[in-house]
Ligand binder design. Structure first.
Ligand code: CA
Ligand code: CA
Length: 595
């Protein structure tokens, strides 16, 4: 005993130190790790990525709020973004270590106590005059990594702040805002790399995906999404280590048009750890007037799969070859697995509800088209897809005419085209439930008059060569939340909405689907039937996706509110129809009422 006593004392001391370290650990060692992000979809006490997991399914396994209990959801807290400037709030909050980080219009970010709603800090980015965001001064959310929270700004910068203090740790420039570059998408972290896209497709910007060290902001690789441009990799010192990591010459473009070719990656990307691929949707080829640029114009209006380690394009699938309707294919590509009904084999797939009105299912390992079916009622530009070739069966009369064919050469034949360029689905993120096997797609039924005009590129000027007016197709609704079966291509249910749906969707293990409407309602509906079980009026339009997490044993549901986005700016007749909707700017959080 005596002999062992000192040892036991030492052991005791070490145990004390260990306990102290552990308790410090509880308080401080809460850095967001690679693993936290890779596991985000299954960990219920946090939301550390855009999409509730980098695959973008927006499914939470939480069950406390379910068909029986959802009626008891009540507000836990709400916080205003304040200020005189409101406009569209499209942001998805992220939640970690009891703190919520939420971005707001005009490149603002707030840290809030996730339990009480008490504001901890805010950062307002100083925006220069002359920024050129195409579609409202919105932001879609922040990424978390280490002790940093990172978001993109309207003047095309990335800003990383300390999660505790809100102090800026690093800033990097993504593009020249004077040339029309801006950034609104939420960055994601793919296996330790910070992944970002860029906006500016209406100004002849060149889309690309960048990978950075999230802790320093240093560029690791960059891969442009217009064929003709090469990608580059960089070493730790920032030196280019390889010429043209991938790429071909501008075979699918005429002359120099590829140099200002668009294909903006303005809605960011998803990441699938199974294949180590980053999936980026790309926007319209520039200019809109397709008669000026014969060819497919790769990689515009496509899904581009990029190897996260090397930055090489592993595959691409073009949803709209030779796009002439501004059918930006930026819609999120959501990884999911399903059993082939014929062979019983599990297929690693990805789903995408494209702006062009078709829902695509691709093999996510190689891009092969497995299924393509309409998710809106009226499509005038194509009758469907050939699953062998992967190409659309286009309707030639569905393309707006060439100005060169007109008497004065100034205006091509105008046509009524559906969907409108605002899309069968736009930026609003769909959700996928592994429980029901259904995608929940926030869709819109609308059309446009569209015509082409001559145009030439001028730095910092709109580069469209087209005019348009958006029109509703139905008196009683534009928006419709549709439950789509990706295997059969059938719609299982729909919930129509008077105003266009512009907010994303959340689905849960409790068998529910949550989504917001521009009329201000956050709704909870049955995932199998669409039956509305709960709704709450938030006081302004919702154009953002809800999230859920568990806070001190209680399931919380949060959504950012504030009407705006592209519809009031570009919606034509539709904008007039919904001009009764009011702006705002808040976060709302709900939980079950304790009886
Ligand atoms: Ca999580
Ligand atoms: Ca566009």
């Amino acid at each position: 005993m005596h002999k062992n006593a000192p040892f036991r004392r030492g052991q005791f001391t070490r145990a004390l130190i260990a306990a102290a370290v552990m308790s410090c650990g509880t308080a401080y060692a809460k850095e967001v790790t690679k693993a936290d992000i890779l596991n985000d979809a299954t960990t219920t006490n946090d939301v550390v990525s855009f999409g509730l997991g980098t695959q973008g399914q927006r499914f939470s396994p939480l069950t406390a709020v379910n068909a029986d209990t959802v009626k008891d959801l009540v507000p836990a807290w709400s916080m205003s973004f304040g200020g005189e400037k409101q406009r569209g709030q499209e942001s998805q909050p992220v939640i970690h270590n009891g703190k919520m980080f939420v971005t707001a219009s005009y490149s603002r970010i707030f840290a809030v106590d996730a339990k009480t709603g008490q504001k901890l800090w805010k950062y307002e980015h100083r925006l220069p005059d002359g920024i050129m965001p195409c579609c409202d001064v919105i932001n879609r959310g922040a990424a978390l990594y280490g002790d940093l929270v990172i978001f993109a700004t309207l003047d095309a910068q990335l800003v990383a702040l300390n999660q505790e203090t809100g102090k800026v740790v690093w800033k990097e420039k993504l593009g020249d805002y004077k040339a029309g570059y801006s950034a609104t998408a939420a960055p994601i972290v793919a296996n330790g790399k910070l992944i970002t896209g860029i906006s500016g497709g209406e100004f002849g910007a060149v889309g690309r995906i960048d990978a950075r060290d999230p802790l320093t902001g240093k560029l690791l690789w960059t891969r442009p999404t217009v064929e003709g441009h090469m990608g580059y990799r960089f070493d730790k010192a920032g030196k280019q280590i390889e010429n043209g990591i991938s790429g071909t010459t501008n075979a699918t473009w005429t002359g120099d048009l590829w140099k200002t070719g668009g294909a903006a990656t303005w809605n960011g990307a998803t990441y699938d750890p199974d294949t180590n691929l980053i999936f980026a949707g790309t926007g319209n080829p520039a200019p809109w007037n397709s008669h000026l640029r014969p060819g497919d114009n790769l990689f515009s209006s496509s899904t581009v799969a990029i190897d996260a380690d090397t930055g090489k394009i592993a595959w691409h699938y073009q949803n709209t070859p030779h796009d002439g309707w501004d059918f930006d294919g930026v819609n999120e590509f959501v990884s999911f697995d399903y059993k082939d009904p014929k062979t019983g084999k599990v297929i690693k797939a990805g789903g995408k509800a494209d702006r062009n009105g078709f829902f695509f299912v691709n093999d996510r390992t190689n891009g092969k088209l497995l299924n393509a079916f309409p998710f809106v009622n009226k499509i005038t530009w194509a009758t469907g897809y050939n699953l062998e070739t992967g190409r659309p069966n286009t309707i030639e009369e569905g393309r707006p005419g060439n100005p060169a064919d007109s008497a004065d050469g100034k205006k091509g034949k105008s046509i009524l085209s559906a969907p409108s360029f605002l899309g069968g689905k736009n930026q609003q993120q769909m959700a996928y439930s592994p429980q029901t096997g259904l995608f929940y797609v926030p869709a819109n039924e609308w059309a446009m008059d569209i015509w082409n005009e001559p145009v030439s590129y001028k730095k910092g000027a709109a580069y469209l060569g087209a005019g348009f007016t958006i029109k509703a197709l139905n008196e009683d609704y534009i928006g419709t939340l549709r439950a789509m079966d990706p295997v059969t291509g059938k719609m299982v249910w729909e919930n129509k909405n008077y105003a266009p749906l512009w907010g994303g969707v959340l689905t849960t293990g409790g068998g529910l689907v949550f989504y917001g409407t521009p009329e201000g309602f956050l709704k909870g509906v049955d995932a199998k039937t669409g039956k509305e079980l709960w709704s709450f009026q938030t006081g302004t339009g919702i154009v953002a996706p809800p999230v859920t997490w568990e806070q001190d044993g209680e399931q919380m549901i949060a959504v950012t509110t504030g009407w705006g986005g592209a519809v009031p700016l570009w919606g034509g007749d539709v904008a007039k129809r919904v001009n009764f909707l009011e702006q705002g700017g808040s976060v709302w959080v709900f939980k079950l009422h304790k009886k």
